[in-house]
Design a protein. Structure first.
Length: 206
């Protein structure tokens, strides 16, 4: 008869399993994250993961929730730094790009993987909501200070779509031509120019 699991037992195994699942996703994509492969990588029986997760989607939802929380924490920390609101907003933008470029598999896991049953995983919904909020919090401050004008939610999502588009093109290798290899046309310069142009469009007219 299986022993009764303590809360620390459950948390510890789920953490290890999520770390392994993230590595499997990075190496093999979503099709590589199976209960059998997970069990093999963890050195446990095939049925053991089912004591901690309902199925593969449950594992992926847990991994994605952790990723969104870490992503949000990085952006929140960048914006909490010193400087004016525009300076901290740029720091946040740069942190977004660094996260995506340094952890491309994590970024794809967060945004490329579609789980039709996302609403069934409260922790994933919470983490996604937190990450989404980081896309508009600095815009609310920019509007409050009279630097930008408009709906902060809409403006935040316009900036987010621009960042995501540039990052996705870069990660897909669509910008890795002689164009991007030129110092003035790298991903950082493209993002800086794009967000500057958007900022000018939303700037308060005086």
């Amino acid at each position: 008869m299986p022993r009764v699991l303590s809360e620390s037992d459950v948390t510890g195994f789920r953490d290890r399993a999520c770390a392994v699942a993230a590595r499997l996703f990075a190496a093999k994509g979503p099709q590589g994250v199976t209960m059998r492969e997970l069990a093999s990588s963890l050195g446990v029986s095939v049925m053991t993961p089912y004591r901690y997760f309902r199925d593969k989607d449950d594992i992926l939802a847990a991994v994605r929730a952790r990723a969104f929380d870490r992503f949000a924490e990085v952006l929140e920390k960048a914006y909490a730094g010193p400087g004016t609101v525009p300076e901290r907003a740029r720091a946040k933008r740069d942190a977004y790009v660094r996260f995506a470029l340094e952890e491309p598999a994590t970024y794809r896991l967060m945004f490329d993987l579609s789980q039709p049953t996302e609403d069934a995983y409260p922790d994933l919904v919470r983490a996604m909501t937190r990450a989404r909020a980081t896309m508009t919090s600095h815009v609310q401050d920019l509007v409050a200070e009279g630097i930008l004008s408009g709906d902060p939610e809409l403006i935040g999502h316009v900036f987010w779509a621009t960042l995501h588009g540039a990052v996705t093109l870069h990660l897909a290798g669509k910008l890795s031509s002689q164009f991007e290899q030129s110092p003035q046309y790298g991903i950082d310069q493209i993002v800086a120019e794009a967000t500057h142009a958007l900022g000018q469009g939303f700037r308060v007219r005086t």
